[in-house]
Design a protein around this ligand. Structure first.
Ligand code: IMP
Length: 216
C-alpha cells in the first residue's frame, strides 16, 4: 500500500474566532492544519482589494507563496441596507485601525440611531479562496501558487438594538440571523456553524477540498 501524505493547509487568518470556525468545519478531512502563528517572520498582507473576493485571493496567494504551503484566505464583512451596504468590505476598519470589536459594534449602533424605527436589515458575507499547487505532494514548491477555488457565502439577518450575548466574535452580539430572535452572540456555535456566511463558504470549500484530495 502506498502512503499518501496528508495535505498541509495554512489557515491564513490571525482572527482567533475565524480559526475556531474553520477548524470545526474542516475537522473530518485528512488535512494537517497550519497556522500563521507558526511563522513569526511572515509579512502581513494588507486588504487593499475593493471586494471580498479580491482580498481573499490576495491573502491566500501571498501566504501560500511566503510559506510554500497551500493556504485558505478569507475576507468577510457586514452589509447594512440602511447604510447603503456599509461597512461592507471595510468592516474590519470601521471605527479606525486600532478599534476593538466592541468599539466597532458601538460605533455601528450609534450610526444606526436614526434608523431604529423599523427592522434594520443586514447580511454577513464571506469569501474563501484556496491557493495552492495541483499536486498535494509536500516536496519543496518551485512554482508560484495559483488560485484553485473561490467560494462565497451569505447570511441574511437584522441588527439588534443593543449587543446581546458573549459567544462568537466581531459583530456577532448585534446580528440576528433570519428565522431567529437571538443574536449570533447568544446562539450556540453549532447553530452559527450551520447557517453563517462562513459556514456556507466553508461548506463549498470543503466540497472542493474533498475532490482535490481525491484527485491529487
Ligand atoms: P475581515 O474578514 O478580517 O476583513 O473582517 C471583517 C470584519 O467583519 C471584522 O471586523 C470581523 O470581526 C467582522 N466579521 C467577519 N465575520 C464575522 C462573523 O462571523 N461574526 C461577526 N463579525 C464578523
Amino acid at each position: 500500500m502506498t502512503f499518501k501524505p496528508r495535505l498541509e493547509l495554512l489557515i491564513a487568518t490571525h482572527n482567533a474566532g475565524k480559526v475556531r470556525e474553520l477548524q470545526q468545519t474542516l475537522r473530518e478531512l485528512p488535512l494537517t492544519l497550519r497556522y500563521l502563528a507558526e511563522f513569526p517572520d511572515i509579512s502581513t498582507v494588507e486588504e487593499t482589494g475593493n471586494t471580498y473576493e479580491a482580498n481573499a485571493i490576495l491573502k491566500a496567494l501571498s501566504y501560500a507563496e511566503q510559506t510554500g504551503i497551500c493556504a485558505l484566505g478569507d475576507d468577510s464583512g457586514l452589509e447594512v441596507d440602511a447604510l447603503g451596504g456599509k461597512p461592507g468590505v471595510l468592516s474590519a476598519r470601521f471605527g479606525g485601525e486600532n478599534a476593538s470589536d466592541q468599539n466597532r459594534t458601538e460605533k455601528l449602533l450609534r450610526v444606526l440611531l436614526p434608523h431604529r424605527k423599523g427592522e434594520i436589515t443586514a447580511r454577513f458575507i464571506c469569501c474563501i479562496a484556496f491557493a495552492g499547487w495541483q499536486s498535494s505532494s509536500t516536496e519543496p514548491r518551485t512554482t508560484k501558487p495559483r488560485i484553485l477555488n473561490v467560494s462565497t457565502g451569505t447570511c441574511e439577518g437584522a441588527i439588534a438594538l443593543e449587543p446581546r450575548g458573549t459567544k462568537g466574535f466581531g459583530y456577532d452580539p448585534i446580528f440576528i440571523p433570519s428565522g431567529y430572535n437571538e443574536t449570533f452572540g447568544e446562539l450556540s456555535e453549532d447553530v452559527k456553524g450551520s447557517l453563517s456566511h462562513r459556514a456556507k463558504a466553508l461548506s463549498a470549500t470543503r466540497g472542493f477540498l474533498t475532490q482535490f484530495l481525491r484527485a491529487t
